[in-house]
Design a protein around this ligand. Structure first.
Ligand SMILES: Cc1cc2nc3c(=O)[nH]c(=O)nc-3n(C[C@H](O)[C@H](O)[C@H](O)COP(=O)(O)O)c2cc1C
Length: 153
């Protein structure tokens, strides 16, 4: 089975929970690992030569989590085999603004280790910084799992 890594930098558990939901949805077709960048090194991912990478992006101070952007840049430095398919999703607590995610999009477009970026991203709003997600989030996540399955083909 093709390998997929899902990485997050979760502090309050919101993006970790969604990462696990996506992993559950994909596990029939892929070998999926979920890890926090707080205890996963870019080398851990590079050595698996993953087919896919899914990135959980926390929106912090109106912007994509800078620690995650840095991790992706560091991953680019150690990767030996380009990653065929990359997707990302955001968790946030305010009304959604497209510019929140611009930074991650820019980082991915800049790094050489990424072949194809999923044109559709998921954004899930939380009721507050510590969650839980707003009503309807689970249906949105399920729908995104279908989008991912199509993209990963
Ligand atoms: C310091 C801090 C700053 C935040 N800034 C924003 C923000 O500018 N816009 C927004 O929509 N959400 C903001 N949030 C909410 C987070 O994006 C949201 O809580 C996210 O789901 C956290 O992910 P986690 O539970 O995986 O740590 C902020 C949260 C924290 C803790």
């Amino acid at each position: 089975m093709k390998k997929i890594w899902i990485i997050h930098n979760s502090e309050h558990g919101n993006s970790e929970k969604i990462s696990k939901q996506l992993a559950e949805g994909l596990k029939d077709g892929y070998e999926v690992s979920v890890g926090s960048i707080r205890n996963t090194n870019p080398e851990d991912i590079a050595k698996d030569e993953p087919y896919g990478l899914i990135i959980a992006v926390r929106i912090i101070a109106f912007s994509s989590d800078k620690e995650m952007r840095k991790f992706v840049s560091n991953l680019n430095d150690v990767i030996t085999q380009p990653i065929s398919k990359v997707a990302y999703f955001a968790t946030h607590a305010l009304g959604w603004k497209k510019f929140f995610i611009k930074g991650m999009k820019k980082t991915l477009e800049k790094v050489g280790c990424v072949e194809e970026i999923c044109p559709e991203y998921l954004e899930v709003r939380m009721q507050g910084a510590e969650g839980p997600a707003v009503e309807g989030a689970d249906a949105k996540i399920e729908e995104y799992i279908s989008t991912l399955k199509e993209f990963l083909k």
